[in-house]
Design a protein around this ligand. Sequence first.
Ligand code: CMP
Length: 226
Amino acid sequence: LPQMMYACLVIIVGVSFFGFILGNMATLLFRMDAERERHLSRVDRAEAFMRHHRIPKPLRAKVRAYYRYLWEGRHGYEDRTVLATLPPSLRAKVVLALHAELIDRVPFFRGAERQSVEAIVLAFKPRVVVPGEILFRAGDPADALYVIQRGVVDVIAASGVVIATLGEGDFFGEMALLDHAPRNATVRATDYCDLFVLEREAFDLVLERHPDFARYIQATAAARKS
Ligand code: CMP
């Protein structure tokens, strides 16, 4: 009898475990499908819009490529909408986890206190730019600092000469903000880029509250000027 009970127990545990796994897999597949559906309906809407307005074919191809990049890079997630539903303390932790790689790449963040990093990273807004997109031109008024999470940009002098190429973990746009002057150079994306934007108001606040960060930004700007 004990052997039979044991065998029954093994069967019951086995069957429930199997059911549990199957159930989880079904939920997962269903979720992935729902996400995909949402993405495809967005793409469909864009296609209909472009047809209606007779957008030229090459431009349509660019829009399509952008959507593909969004889908492949981040599964169509809008970081901001997801994050907006979280309470601030959790949001800060999730943002840090999301950007662990970036934080590793920006020398200042690596050495800074966790609390400063949390506050600064929370002030960033994500932005995707497409190849060839101009972030701003030399002489434009300045409204933000940009940090590159992924991708490459060229810094181009007013004369048209490329004076620097910046990549992951680099930032740009600090000079005009610090000096309250127009942009020194044009910045153009050479590639798809995931950027973080720190708008002027947030930038000023961050500099005021985090003197170490202010010194780091000022030192970089000074080095670039010389
Ligand atoms: P800003 O003047 O706001 O806009 C152009 C940006 O290009 C500038 O800030 C810097 O961030 C960046 N930049 C200008 N000169 C150099 C350089 N020599 N090396 C790297 N980046 C630069």
